[in-house]
Design a protein around this ligand. Structure first.
Ligand SMILES: NC(=O)c1ccc[n+]([C@@H]2O[C@H](COP(=O)([O-])OP(=O)(O)OC[C@H]3O[C@@H](n4cnc5c(N)ncnc54)[C@H](O)[C@@H]3O)[C@@H](O)[C@H]2O)c1
Length: 250
């Protein structure tokens, strides 16, 4: 049990990668606050896990709602010592077609939302004098550009910067901040692409291992980064991408 006695708050845990992380954390002994703006998804994840999980409905771009979700999680489980910033959205459009409103929506959720949640977690841990871990779900699109995702790419590059800046500032509190950079993962977010077998296959082949990842594979890395096994890691951007960032297979 790598996370026995820990309390984790996971945003975007009503679906996909966040749901898999919630499962994996509970299996390792953590109590899990399943946070999502989608009430049905959050409740479903909590119900699948059982007594170790509770669902909290919250839009991560709303500071007051995030603070209230942390308060509620604390009442249910005690102080949150692990935060996973997993909530995120995509927007597949060329730069000349995306509206400024949609650009702002992507940046607001993927980057500012992650900051709002991290700020809550860090302030509470530092005040209590407790160590902790924050894990940001970035993307390979936080390291290189991918076509037709200008706001997403900018937001995930921002998450990489956020991770490094917070790591530097929070090390003195014993709070470790790391990011995971997944390649393509089969989730509801990518269901539109997966519905087109040719496109799905082509994208799989951009990863040298020749396939998409399953959410459970990302969750195993999140367990490692949340646990004491990664005690000397902070500010790291860990790719789990089937070799995507290593280079293109010919
Ligand atoms: N699927 C991939 O290929 C892939 C690859 C790299 C990175 N990621 C990142 O992983 C994370 C999870 O993606 P996923 O594929 O599991 O997607 P998903 O759509 O299955 O899950 C995302 C969840 O975030 C929630 N959410 C969105 N906006 C929110 C908000 N404002 N407040 C609270 N909750 C909100 C959604 O309701 C949803 O339940 C995202 O940050 C995404 O960018 C995904």
């Amino acid at each position: 049990m790598k996370l026995a006695g820990r309390a984790a708050l996971i945003t975007g845990a009503g679906s996909g990668i966040g749901r898999a992380i919630a499962h994996a954390f509970a299996e390792e002994g953590a109590r899990v606050a399943v946070v999502d703006r989608d009430e049905g998804g959050a409740r479903e994840t909590a119900a699948l896990i059982g007594a170790a999980a509770s669902a909290f409905v919250c839009d991560i771009t709303d500071e007051a709602a995030v603070s209230a979700a942390f308060d509620a999680a604390e009442r249910a489980f005690g102080a949150v010592d692990i935060l996973v910033n997993c909530a995120g959205v995509g927007d597949r459009r060329p730069p000349w077609e995306i509206s400024v409103a949609d650009w702002r929506r992507v940046i607001d959720i993927n980057l500012t939302g992650a900051f709002i949640c991290a700020q809550q977690a860090i302030a509470r841990l530092a005040k209590a004098g407790k160590p902790g871990a924050v894990i940001n779900i970035a993307s390979v699109a936080g390291e290189v550009a991918v076509p037709d995702h200008v706001a997403y790419v900018a937001s995930k590059h921002g998450v990489v910067g956020l991770t490094k800046a917070l790591a530097l500032d929070c090390a003195k509190f014993g709070i470790r901040i790391n990011a995971i950079a997944p390649g393509s993962v089969e989730t509801p977010l990518t269901a539109g692409l997966l519905a087109h077998p040719d496109a799905a296959k082509r994208i799989g082949k951009t990863h040298p291992l020749g396939r998409w990842a399953q959410p459970e594979e990302i969750a195993k890395l999140a367990v490692f980064l949340a646990s004491d096994e990664s005690a000397f890691m902070t500010g790291a951007i860990v790719a789990i991408d089937g070799g995507f960032l290593a280079g293109r297979p010919v």
